[in-house]
Design a protein around this ligand. Structure first.
Ligand code: 13P
Length: 263
């Protein structure tokens, strides 16, 4: 728990990487690299077919099992889709929605993100709702308006108690997979804007309970500084989550952030 009373989350987004056979060796390496004590939730968001392997190999490490997408539909004639109830049955307790790669490559709209978040909440799965601006939007000074709109759309119709259980990830598109991490100032500023937007939609107490993560080229070298920011409650990590030693260092970086926050 940090001084704000929010337990940090370090979530790996494996995207379209790894085979099921690689999960047990990953977990063994992660286990030997992990700090003895950890004050954060650790989650792996894996491709669907790898979920049983993550659940099995991650159990001893207390790893949360996550997915990267879900259908907004409960059931029916939706070939290729996977429902929230099906994910829950397989042990999934977290699911990314609205990742920029799904928005860009699969036409996911803000309204779909909202429907998916509701489907997850109805099935006791924590949505990790991704928002973030493109480089052009940032250069035109539209970051705050865009992100506030994405938040308003994603949370529309979700009551305060359910909203408090959601996680938001601020992922500027220009920082994803590029090595161009947002500066701590840029990341903190937008994460604070997100919390203010949530306070306006709900109330300050609800906004103070929602965990806001940063994602975009977070790595073992920059995690400490990012995680020490008052409105950054963890990370959504792509590339560095594929390497157990790097991922373990990011997990360990939540400890000084909490210690500093208490000083
Ligand atoms: P990278 O950490 O590889 O930049 O990816 C971030 C991301 O998209 C996590 O969802």
């Amino acid at each position: 728990m940090n001084i704000r009373g929010r337990k940090p989350i370090i979530a790996g987004n494996w995207k379209l990487n790894k085979l099921a056979a690689e999960v047990a060796p990953f977990a063994a390496e992660l286990r030997s690299a992990l700090p003895a004590e950890r004050g954060c939730d650790v989650v792996i968001c894996a491709p669907f077919p790898l979920i049983p392997a993550v659940r099995e190999s991650g159990a001893a490490l207390n790893l949360g099992v996550g997915a990267q997408d879900v259908s907004e539909h409960e059931k029916g004639a939706y070939t290729g889709e996977v429902s929230a109830a099906q994910l829950f049955e397989f042990g999934v307790r977290y699911c990314i929605v609205g990742h920029s790669e799904r928005r860009s490559y699969h036409g996911e709209t803000d309204f779909m993100v909202n429907e998916k978040a509701k489907a997850l909440l109805a099935n006791a799965i924590t949505p990790i709702i991704c928002v973030g601006e493109s480089l052009e939007q940032r250069l035109r000074g539209l970051t705050r308006e865009l992100v506030e709109y994405q938040i308003a759309a994603a949370f529309s119709g979700i009551p305060a108690e359910a909203a408090a259980a959601c996680v938001v990830a601020y992922e500027p598109l220009w920082a994803i997979g590029t090595g161009n991490t947002a500066t701590t100032g840029q990341a903190q500023e937008v994460c604070a804007d997100i919390r203010s937007a949530l306070a306006r939609i709900y109330d300050a107490e609800t906004a103070a309970r929602i965990r806001v993560l940063y994602g975009g080229s977070m790595n073992a070298g920059n995690a400490c500084d990012l995680l020490a920011q008052p409105d950054i409650d963890g990370g959504l990590i792509g590339g560095a989550s594929l390497k157990p030693a790097d991922f373990a260092k990011i997990i360990a970086a939540t400890a000084p952030a909490q210690r500093d926050a208490h000083e």
